[in-house]
Design a protein around this ligand. Structure first.
Ligand code: GDP
Length: 444
């Protein structure tokens, strides 16, 4: 997971304060210096990091804290709040409304993932009942219209573009006009990629905005952009009124700190993140759960929402009952994976106590393949094995039988059992009320 290393380093810096007897100025400075180094190495811009350090020091005034205060907790909370503040510009992005046409324009560097993200954004809203449409105003990149057309057709979203017209301003205006007449709720305009040195292309972007009068301009940014993020994002903001940011390729191995810089440069919130090439690999971005996951605290409310959304009501009760009795068996894990159908790394990131660094690495696709593999192996288990919450029943001959039965390696079966143990340990610490109200679950 992107930013995983950063999360791990910050968590370790905080934990290191457990090893000192007195938390004094030096201990706090050591902790903050380590966090500063980690943020800079993750491509967060220097002024932002400096500001964060100053703010934390202001909040955590060690002299004023009476003895008996849990200083470590206060520092940890201040770090959490500062990270949230960095990602939250304090004003929400424009949200399109049904039955009133909204125009949303996508801008960004070439290859950032605009065209892909336009369709993801349209598809997300279409599923929520919006009447969406796509306009391709990217006349610069050969194949851009075909790509948008292909994506739109797959998602059954109306689209507009031209193979012959070379003026993006004209296409954008015509497309928006047409879909307004067709009473679409959400008209999405894709534009060409450009960077801040290309003055004429920036002027063209301004003209597209002038002609289409967007309610929202979204800056799409590749998570691997690095230190250039701040300047690029700022240049876009100075030309068109960027009101939201979407970070793509969060499934990759980029350091990802540029995301924080883009928020600062545009003073706009991140609204979604892209986590893969597929249409549904797109997540709503919420600051607090994100920072919580980053620091290995999980996103329990997100997981509960997801369970409530996808697990049928009757099964929900059974699942909750099993969990409330500390009965997290392999069968429970199988059922959760079966019903959630989300990649393992996404599931793990929602569990409290599993730090981002320990999460399975790799893309959403790799993670899906792994999940399927685990399920095939679990299909080769006996009822006794599936219902046992103790992995000691898996002796050598059972492991070999499961491997043979599922056509997998012994090593892979053992790896799955290890992962099960890790999740089971977390699950056991969770307190679930007897009445099964998932929203009242207390994380460990
Ligand atoms: P554009 O030039 O900004 O329109 O970028 P495209 O939409 O053509 O995307 C460039 C490449 O990035 C394509 O190969 C996309 O499939 C890929 N891409 C876009 N978003 C994501 C993402 O969230 N994750 C991954 N892994 N790839 C992505």
């Amino acid at each position: 997971m992107v930013l995983a290393e950063l999360g791990g380093r910050i968590t370790r810096a905080i934990q290191q304060m457990n090893n000192v007897t007195i938390i004094d100025e030096k201990a706090l400075n050591d902790c903050l210096n380590e966090i500063t180094r980690a943020l800079l190495q993750s491509d967060v811009s220097f002024p932002l990091v400096k500001e964060m350090q100053t703010n934390i020091k202001k909040i955590v005034n060690l002299d004023d804290l009476a003895a008996g205060h849990n200083k470590r907790l206060i520092i940890e909370q201040a770090i959490f709040n500062e990270l949230c503040r960095m990602l939250d510009p304090g004003k929400p992005a424009f949200a399109p409304k049904k039955a009133k046409p909204s125009v949303v324009m996508f801008v960004g560097l070439q290859g950032a993932g605009k065209t892909t993200t336009c369709t993801k954004y349209a598809y997300y809203h279409q599923k929520k009942g919006y009447k969406t449409a796509l306009v391709c105003a990217d006349t610069f990149r050969a194949g851009a219209f075909d790509q948008l057309k292909q994506n739109a057709t797959k998602a059954k979203i109306p689209f507009y573009g031209s193979y012959t017209e070379s003026d993006p301003v004209k296409i954008a205006a015509e497309g928006v006009d047409r879909f307004k007449k067709e009473k679409c709720d959400l008209i999405i305009v894709d534009t060409s990629g450009r960077h801040k040195q290309e003055a004429s292309l920036f002027e063209e972007m301004r003209q597209v905005a002038e002609a289409t009068e967007p309610d929202l301009v979204i800056f799409v940014m590749d998570s691997s952009i690095g230190q250039a993020a701040f300047d690029q994002a700022q240049a876009f903001k100075q030309t068109v009124s960027v009101g939201a940011v979407i970070i793509t390729k969060m499934d990759g191995h980029a350091k990802g700190g540029g995301a924080l810089s883009a928020v600062a440069a545009t003073k706009s919130p991140v609204i979604f993140i892209g986590t893969g090439e597929h249409m549904d690999e797109f997540e709503v971005f919420d600051v607090k759960p994100f920072v919580s996951r980053l620091l290995g605290k999980g996103d329990w409310s997100g997981l509960v929402d997801k369970l409530q959304e996808v697990v049928p009501k009757d099964l929900q009760h059974e699942l909750v009952e099993n969990l409330s009795q500390g009965n997290f068996t392999l069968r429970t894990m199988y059922e959760i994976q079966c019903s959630l159908q989300i990649p393992l790394n996404q599931l793990y990131s929602m569990l409290p106590g599993i730090s981002a660094e320990l999460m399975p690495k790799g893309h959403g696709d790799e993670s899906r393949v792994k999940m399927k593999r685990y399920m095939t192996m679990m299909d080769s288990m006996t009822d006794k094995e599936l219902d046992s919450s103790n992995t000691k029943v898996f002796n050598e001959s059972r492991i070999m039988r499961i491997a043979r039965g599922s056509g997998r390696l012994v090593r892979e079966v053992m790896e799955m059992l290890e992962e099960y143990k890790r999740i089971a340990k977390t699950m056991k610490g969770i307190k679930i009320p007897k009445n099964g109200d998932m929203s009242k679950v207390i994380p460990p």
